[in-house]
Design a protein around this ligand. Structure first.
Ligand SMILES: Cc1cc2nc3c(=O)[nH]c(=O)nc-3n(C[C@H](O)[C@H](O)[C@H](O)COP(=O)(O)O)c2cc1C
Length: 142
């Protein structure tokens, strides 16, 4: 089975988790600017997931929401029918309801618009003592 992780990372936290997955192709979403306040996002790398059966989408939380680069990518994405999809986000604030859970819900909605079905969702709080165990638990699913 072909598996991919599609991610965006501005400061490296999400990327450091992505690199710990084994047996996944790692595909980065890139925009012409990483400015979180940019009005219009222009993507310069838009990974194609057509040939993958299992896909994980990962990104940071920005301003209690999905970061703009991943939002743009998921909005412009092709049909996701028949794929197994998991999500994870990294965030800094101490509790998930300050952005993590909201962002996962937003991502799920965007994916469902493309006929994708989301299986697992993980919110990784970068400032939590439990961070490492949350990451380990997620990695152990694969
Ligand atoms: C512009 C900006 C906005 C952010 N907003 C939030 C937020 O609303 N909630 C939160 O928990 N963390 C927030 N953070 C922290 C990041 O989500 C966190 O550091 C994340 O792990 C960064 O991932 P990255 O290193 O992959 O970019 C924000 C960071 C930036 C740069």
């Amino acid at each position: 089975m072909k598996r991919a992780i599609v991610f965006y990372s501005k400061t490296g936290n999400t990327e450091s988790v992505v690199k710990r997955f084994k047996d996944f192709d790692i595909l980065r979403v890139k925009a012409s600017s990483d400015d979180p306040n940019q009005k219009v996002v222009e993507l310069v790398e838009r990974p194609n997931v057509k040939d993958y059966e299992e896909v994980i989408f990962a990104c940071p939380v920005h301003g209690f929401m999905i970061c703009k680069v991943m939002k743009t990518y998921l909005t412009e994405l092709e049909d996701l029918s028949g794929k197994t999809i998991d999500l994870f986000v990294t965030h800094q604030f101490p509790v998930s309801w300050l952005g993590g859970n909201q962002t996962l819900k937003q991502m799920k909605k965007l994916i469902e618009r493309k006929n994708g079905v989301v299986r697992n969702m993980t919110s990784i709080n970068w400032s939590s003592k439990k961070k490492e165990s949350v990451i380990e638990e997620m990695l152990n699913r694969y």
